[in-house]
Design a protein. Structure first.
Length: 70
């Protein structure tokens, strides 16, 4: 099971570092905002990484609230 979490964490992290394919990927409702940051927060929360999870969720909320500031 730990391997699946590692694979998910790697995939979400890679998505954040990849150039967007489409401009809408970076809108508040786009893939990056909704899935990558929240996915990382959930993966880390599920693995008892509360500090890391809160950091990722806070990044999502900052980005979601004002995308230009993220």
């Amino acid at each position: 099971m730990a391997r699946k979490w590692q694979e998910a964490e790697h995939a979400f992290s890679a998505a954040l570092n990849a150039p967007p394919l489409f401009p809408e990927d970076w809108r508040p409702d786009g893939w990056t905002a909704v899935h990558a940051y929240l996915g990382l927060a959930w993966v880390r929360f599920s693995r008892d990484g509360m500090k890391e999870s809160r950091r990722d969720y806070a990044a999502f909320m900052r980005w979601f609230a004002v995308p230009a500031l993220a």
